[in-house]
Design a protein around this ligand. Sequence first.
Ligand SMILES: [Zn+2]
Length: 58
Amino acid sequence: MPIYQFKCLVCELEFEQLTTLENKDKVVCPHCGSKEVKDVFSAFATKSSCAPSSSNFT
Ligand SMILES: [Zn+2]
């Protein structure tokens, strides 16, 4: 399960949450409980053109 980084649009808290693509819409801010969060991919999550093949992705 991947960790996504979110930012609350209400209190501007940035937080990370383990979730699935499906449940990303259901993530709420742990600080104010707002559903107005958007997922942000931080700077280090850049696409690599030479990513190793994921052989253990079963
Ligand atoms: Zn918030």
